[in-house]
Ligand binder design. Structure first.
Ligand SMILES: C[S@@+](CC[C@H](N)C(=O)[O-])C[C@H]1O[C@@H](n2cnc3c(N)ncnc32)[C@H](O)[C@@H]1O
Length: 359
């Protein structure tokens, strides 16, 4: 039988395939990357040399293989053939996720025809496990409950068409750089809980950013929110008992403006600088990307904030020069921790979460 080809797979937001290919090619010029379908990027042959966490990747599928089957029963059988040897040989706990490639794309209709099939495959796969692999089933852990610090087997199944799956089985472990291989987004889309008092959609971006970094403002923290109106980001911090200086010439929603911990100033966001170091800088101004990066540069120069969430907006879909400028900024200021992500709620923008995040 012909040996299955093994490749690196990635999920990204629909429409961001080229940005991800470009990003991967910049870091690993020896590998060729391309997008076979919306939300999917493939390339490279081995996972071992991926030493960075790409901004535009939502999920990494190392050592991926493709299988085919004309029915769900066929696909479950093909899936079993791939995963059984791992589950039989490894004593590790394991987790499993099955989805379509647009799991991380808001309002996607691209894979509508597959709707319901990943759930069916999931159900039938676990029925099969209950019949043929009961011991292994005892080690199963829900995706959201895997222990951050302990290794485990990660089984990722992407249904790319009614008759086709990508399957990645890999061991998850900590690297010296402190991130996990493969990186996994800790939340599923939609997990930012709806807040009826959120003044606007931007609120969800900041909540998602905090989820990604596992940190958010605490009661008593001081935050400066530049480009604050109508008040989504300010609201997210006020809710947690932080004091917020909201900088924007535009109006805030009344319940934000009147909040006792909110101080609204009409100052120009570029010129604003606090008299002493604050806990958090937030910036979500719609301005040119280098203007936002310049603002962050000045704040870091003056050590004016301990942590920051800064949203960098851009035109088009080719933000390579912006990523390069961010990398320079990190080196220049030796930012202790910096997470750069194209978030689920981000459109033509990326979000930087950084500083002394663990203090
Ligand atoms: C995308 S909105 C911010 C949304 C906000 N994060 C929220 O959650 O409600 C961008 C804001 O930046 C403000 N802005 C643009 N240029 C600014 C400047 N130079 N100084 C202060 N605010 C500015 C605009 O008035 C606008 O309200």
């Amino acid at each position: 039988m012909a040996k299955k080809s093994i490749f690196n797979g990635f999920l990204c937001g629909n429409g961001w395939e080229d940005a991800l290919c470009q990003e991967l090619a910049t870091i690993e010029p020896a590998n060729k990357y391309y997008s076979p379908a919306p939300g999917l990027v493939v390339g490279g042959t081995s996972s071992s040399n991926l030493l960075f966490e790409p901004v535009f990747a939502r999920q990494w599928l190392p050592d991926c293989v493709k299988v085919q089957g004309t029915s769900i029963a066929d696909l479950v059988q093909a899936l079993g053939k791939v995963v059984d040897p791992y589950l039989d040989q490894s004593p590790l706990p394991w987790t499993f996720k099955c989805c379509t490639p647009d799991l991380y794309t808001e309002d996607s209709t691209e894979y509508e025809s597959l709707s319901g099939r990943p759930a069916l495959l999931h159900e039938k796969f676990f029925e099969r496990m209950g019949t043929y692999r009961r011991r292994a089933l005892e080690r199963y852990q829900e995706w959201d409950e895997i222990n951050e610090k302990r290794p485990c087997l990660v089984i990722q199944v992407i249904m790319v068409a009614t008759d086709r799956l990508w399957i990645s089985v890999t061991q998850r472990f900590n690297t010296e750089r402190g991130w996990l291989v493969p990186f996994l987004w800790h939340h599923s889309p939609g997990q930012v809980v709806h807040d009826p008092l959120a003044p606007c959609r931007s609120y969800y971006k900041l909540e998602e950013a905090w989820q990604q970094a596992s940190v958010h403002p605490r009661k008593g923290d001081t935050c400066v929110d530049i480009g604050a109106a109508p008040g989504g980001w300010t609201w997210a911090a006020l809710k947690r008992g932080a004091k917020v200086i909201a900088v924007d010439a535009a109006n805030l929603k009344k319940h934000v403006e009147n909040h006792p911990l909110c101080e609204h100033t009409l100052d120009n966001g570029y010129a604003f600088m606090p008299s002493k170091t604050v806990d958090w800088l937030f910036c979500d101004m719609i301005v040119k990307p280098m203007a936002t990066i310049g603002l962050l540069d000045r704040w870091l120069e003056k050590k004016a904030c301990r942590k920051f969430v800064v949203n960098v907006k851009f035109r088009g879909k080719q933000p390579a020069s912006i990523l390069a400028a961010i990398a320079e900024l990190q080196i220049k200021h030796q930012i202790p921790e910096l997470i750069v992500r194209h978030l689920y709620y981000d459109r033509n923008e990326i979000t930087l979460i950084g500083g002394q995040l663990r203090q």
